[in-house]
Design a protein around this ligand. Structure first.
Ligand SMILES: [Zn+2]
Length: 142
């Protein structure tokens, strides 16, 4: 058993590429091509733009804007989301489009172009006792 003072180990949920280093703000894990600077999410090994091999892992911007969205009016069986909720694609300053869901928002008030920020949160605890982390976006607070 871990000691009470030991922070729980955190692992990304399947399909979520997160940087979860202790003592570091969680962020999305992307990759950047050192040859042409194109950035990708999910991270890749080979650049789709120039075919350079060996991309560098980078922490992506935590803020972006809403590129497009749809409103889900029914929850899928077993889903952690309660309808209605917003399924979104968020554009980051690196030019990457992130498929995600929005939180802390009235679906009817959702607008393309609105500023959004990353939220990393615990979805569950796995059999090893590690916190399984996922991410969403919410309206950016200034
Ligand atoms: Zn490239």
């Amino acid at each position: 058993m871990p000691e009470a003072s030991t922070p729980a180990k955190r692992v990304p949920m399947r399909g979520a590429y997160l940087r979860l280093a202790p003592g570091e703000e969680p962020s999305l894990a992307g990759s950047r091509c050192p040859s042409c600077q194109q950035t990708f999410y999910p991270p890749r090994h080979i650049c789709l733009n120039c075919y350079h091999e060996g991309l560098e892992g980078v922490a992506l911007s935590k803020r972006g804007k809403l590129w497009t969205f749809t409103i889900a009016r029914m929850s899928l069986p077993g889903s952690l989301m309660t309808a209605p909720y917003v399924i979104a694609q968020v554009e980051l300053p690196e030019g990457v489009i992130i498929a995600t869901v929005l939180t802390d928002i009235d679906p009817e008030a959702t607008r393309i172009g609105m500023p959004l920020e990353l939220v990393v949160e615990k979805a569950s605890v796995n059999a090893e006792g590690a916190e399984v982390m996922t991410f969403k976006f919410r309206p950016a607070k200034d």
